[in-house]
Ligand binder design. Structure first.
Ligand code: SF4
Length: 888
């Protein structure tokens, strides 16, 4: 019999509800939950492929101590003993935890309590520091508390949506679909995108401001002054509910005194800046949604406040269709903020440097060893590991050896660290490779708890599978260590519901309404009520058990005066600027179908086809100057590291800037760790690193040969200077390039792929070509194409042959040419991941059948009809064929 479980997607901060169905044979199907308010049944390409990402392969299944398997009892005893030893010798600040927005709120709460209340240090920070800590700091400066005012519905109720530093179509696809649906229903809803790149989000906008990287604060400061000049201020709101306007305005006028000066600072046309300002000024219902493009900056906090200032000055906050709206990258970045996962926070939205709050929380916890003040933020924390100030680090559910800026240095620091404990569901990451003690954690679908999405909505994650091997939930692992450190009573949790009740009770403890974060109505949930908890937006105080959709509607803010604060923002350029040695600015980010360091999404073959290789996108002018070509390989160098990436030449990239995704790590790419290049400068207030602005040099890398391989099995032998592994459906694809010529490809290939079976081969040594195919019992086992000049056949048709049990005659004939025979076609690179529809198939249908809309493509090819993530790409293909834009 099938069983169905309502749970929440583990990827981005949209926080979509999903229904997981476990079939009798153990297969898991996933569909959108029509009753979840975040998505109403929609899912993006990543969400719909969740069922393909489950299974034991690659999982950490058993505790390990110094590389040998161990039982839980021994592993937990060893963790406690070694931590105690470090604390006894070097004090509590020699210990640190580095946690993750992938953790559930209950996991996070217990880890934070152990560090700040019982180990006695503030040294717990989270990878959410890397994606949204500037928004946290900006909220606290403006509102007095880290509180997102808006709901997703505000995007649909607005008349103007400004998307600043966010590629919503790729990074928060379901929210983008909601916005597009609202535009189709109400064509008057305008969209402005502020982003140096012409992303799919920008292509769908009414106005795209491709501003100079790092210049956002000049743009919003100029807007603030424009609003004053045009008499668009809400003077009553400013008078009754805000303070600091005069200082904010003076700073704005000093930095952005006129439209021409703003346009010059931002590298924009005056006319387009004027259009943006006019639209903002005249549109009462305006939402400004912002994300990593604003936050990941050495002045990210100021940029956030420059946005909030404009909303406060116009009173556009706390009302339907209005507000500054920070959207988070991770599924539970918000939950982590609520329990104090950042080194400067306490649980329940209280501050570690507030002595009264500290005393209150420690009294509530009956803390044995209270932290005395804030701990180390992420970048500083790993610097302290490097210097030996931190001697023991426990990393939970994250991969900092890949994702921190200056990542090679972080990896080296971990390799030298006295004690590295890693709890993770993945066995083979660059961080688990540094672990002295590895603790297998339960993964999505195997554990119970809650997450909070970007609109403050708390949803349940529910288990529908048993954890494999010895894997256990993180809250349990941390509580067991807490007990072994001598604090059994404080960590005597029997269920995640018990942890949640304590978290909710602390939020309401001595809270007379001065702290917005209040889950008082949820503090007595029984086990069954917790199990059945419906999505709810905090605050959920005892007086409002149904939750709160929108904040600040009454104009009261949790500051000392009850007023919101406008902040004087004095824009400053990024710390490191391009020069002759590194003339281009590197911007890093995500691609549509991948997540973090590929540990989950690379398991779903249908997600690997859209962006199969790590790449650098570069403007044609810069490509010509650097001597790199479309499809070639480039070496990127910065002061901090290097990477080897495939070149994508595109006018969508702003001249002077390049973009590279952050996902690839050593198991999938030999030299694609882009964060190794990124400068480790941080915002002085938030501690967030400047991932969007690293000066780099781009150089051509001309290999002696390039190749690709399709093989049924992964081969450890297949080493090359450039090596990318692309998991497919029943096969693995390798993209390879080497710097040394290979004298005998026949021998080389046998060493890589083994012998046996029938080999078909063709070699032209003069031209530098080799092609080989291994066939067993009529089935294609492997094929390999090598070329000196990099010209290789398309992969899609050949990959399709790997799915055949027996090659037909036509396929045999075309095999070594790499080209489809008569009546066969190469589908081209994947556009629609859900239905596996390729670019060439779509273009052929558009041309051959006169398709003129995304819906028409869907009717004929099904592309874009399931999750909808590819609809912007379909629109772009139509436009490339001369079809005019409609809201897709
Ligand atoms: Fe998951 Fe996609 Fe929804 Fe984000 S938008 S929560 S990745 S289904």
């Amino acid at each position: 019999m099938q069983s169905e479980t309502r749970t929440t997607c583990p990827y981005c901060g949209v926080g979509c509800g999903v229904i997981a169905t476990v079939e009798e044979d153990g297969r898991v199907g996933v569909r959108g939950d029509p009753d979840h308010p975040a998505n109403r049944g929609r899912l993006c390409s990543k969400g719909t492929a969740l069922g393909q990402t489950l299974g034991r392969e690659g999982r950490a299944l058993q505790p390990e101590i110094d590389g040998r398997p161990a039982g839980w009892g021994e592993a937990l005893d060893t963790v406690a003993a070694r931590l105690r030893q470090v604390m006894a010798t070097h004090g509590p600040d020699a210990v640190a935890f580095y946690v993750s927005g992938q953790l559930l709120t209950e996991d996070y709460y217990v880890a934070n309590k152990l560090m700040k209340g019982f180990i006695g240090s503030g040294n717990i920070d989270t990878n959410s520091r890397l994606c949204m800590s500037s928004a946290v700091a900006g909220h606290k400066r403006a509102f007095g508390e880290d509180a997102v005012p808006c709901s997703y519905e505000d995007l649909e109720q607005a008349d103007l949506v400004v998307l600043a530093g966010t590629n919503l179509a790729w990074c928060h696809p379901v929210l983008f679909q909601r916005l597009q649906a609202a535009r189709r229903a109400r064509p008057g809803l305008g969209v402005v995108v502020i982003d140096p790149r012409r992303t799919e989000t920008a292509a769908a906008a009414d106005l795209h401001l491709a501003l100079r990287p790092g210049s956002d604060a000049w743009l919003f400061n100029g807007l603030l002054d424009h609003l004053r000049r045009e008499d668009c201020l809400d003077l009553a709101f400013l008078e009754r509910h805000a303070e600091g306007f005069a200082g904010a305005l003076a700073a704005a006028r000093a930095s952005a005194p006129s439209l021409p000066e703003v346009a010059a600072a931002c590298g924009l046309d005056e006319a387009e800046v004027a259009t943006f300002y006019r639209w903002f000024a005249r549109t009462g219902r305006t939402v400004t949604l912002f994300s990593q493009g604003i936050n990941q900056s050495s002045s990210g906090t100021d940029k956030v406040n420059s946005i909030i200032n404009c909303h406060l000055a116009t009173g556009r906050i706390g009302r339907p269709g209005c507000g500054p709206f920070s959207i988070t990258g991770q599924p539970n970045a918000m939950g982590g903020r609520e329990v104090g996962g950042l080194a400067n926070q306490l649980a329940g939205h209280m501050e570690l440097d507030d002595a009264v709050a500290r005393e209150r929380v420690m009294r509530f916890w009956q803390a044995a060893n209270p932290a005395r003040g804030p701990g180390l933020k992420a970048v500083d924390l790993f610097r302290a590991v490097e210097s030996g100030r931190v001697r023991a680090v426990w990393i939970m559910a994250t991969n900092p050896a890949v994702t921190l800026p200056d990542a090679d240095r972080v990896r080296a620091a971990l390799r030298r660290c006295e004690l590295v404990i890693v709890s993770d569901c993945e066995r083979h990451t660059e961080t688990t490779a540094c672990a002295h003690i590895l603790l297998p954690a339960a993964a999505w679908g195997e554990k119970e708890g809650t997450v909070t999405n970007s609109e403050r909505r708390i949803s349940r994650q529910r288990a529908f599978l048993d954890p494999p091997g010895e894997a256990r939930p993180d809250w349990w692992i941390v509580a067991q260590v807490g007990a072994r450190l001598g604090h059994a009573a404080a960590f005597d949790y029997r269920s995640p519901a018990e942890v949640f009740r304590e978290h909710a009770a602390l939020s309401a403890f001595e809270n007379g309404g001065e702290r917005l974060f209040d889950l008082g109505a949820l503090q007595h949930l029984g086990e069954a009520e917790y199990a059945a908890l419906e999505p709810v937006q905090w605050p959920v105080p005892a007086s409002a058990p149904g939750g709160t959709a929108r904040l600040f509607g009454e104009g009261r803010f949790p500051t000392a005066t009850g007023r919101a604060r406008l902040v004087a923002v004095r824009p400053r350029p990024p710390v490191h600027r391009p020069d002759g040695a590194a003339p281009l600015v590197l911007n890093t980010g995500r691609v549509r179908d991948h997540w973090h360091t590929l540990t989950r999404t690379a398991r779903a073959p249908r997600l690997t086809g859209h962006s199969p290789e790590p790449y650098v996108q570069i403007h044609p002018r810069d490509a010509a100057a650097a001597g790199v070509e479309e499809g070639g390989l480039a070496r990127l160098r910065s002061c901090w590291g290097t990477a080897l990436l495939r070149v994508s030449v595109s006018p969508e990239q702003r001249p002077g800037a390049v973009f590279a995704p952050m996902h690839w790590s050593a198991p999938y790419a030999s030299a694609g760790r882009v964060d190794a290049l990124v400068n480790p400068v941080t915002d002085p207030i938030s501690g967030q690193p400047e991932f969007k602005h690293t000066p780099v040099r781009v150089e051509p890398w001309v290999p002696a040969w390039q190749a690709f391989v399709l093989a049924r099995e992964r081969s450890a032998e297949m080493e090359a200077a450039y090596r990318v592994v692309v998991p497919g459906d029943g096969y693995v694809r390798y993209e390879l390039a080497g710097s040394e010529p290979v004298a005998d490809w026949t021998a080389h290939v046998r060493a890589w792929l083994g012998g046996g079976g029938e080999w078909m081969e063709f070699e032209d040594q003069g031209a530098g070509h080799y092609r080989g195919a291994l066939i067993r019992a009529g089935r294609l086992e492997a094929c390999l194409f090598v070329s000196r000049d990099g010209r290789l056949p398309p992969r899609t048709w050949l990959a399709g042959l790997m799915a055949l049990e027996c090659l037909d005659e036509e396929s045999y004939r075309g095999l070594l040419t790499g080209r489809p025979g008569a009546g066969q076609a190469d589908a081209g690179p994947v556009v629609c991941a859900c239905h596996g529809v390729g670019r060439e198939t779509i273009l052929a249908a558009v041309r051959g059948q006169g398709l003129d809309s995304v819906d028409a493509i869907g009717t004929v090819l099904r592309a874009g009809t399931q999750c909808g993530s590819c609809r912007p790409a379909l629109q772009a293909l139509l436009e490339s064929e001369g079809v005019r834009r409609r809201a897709g």
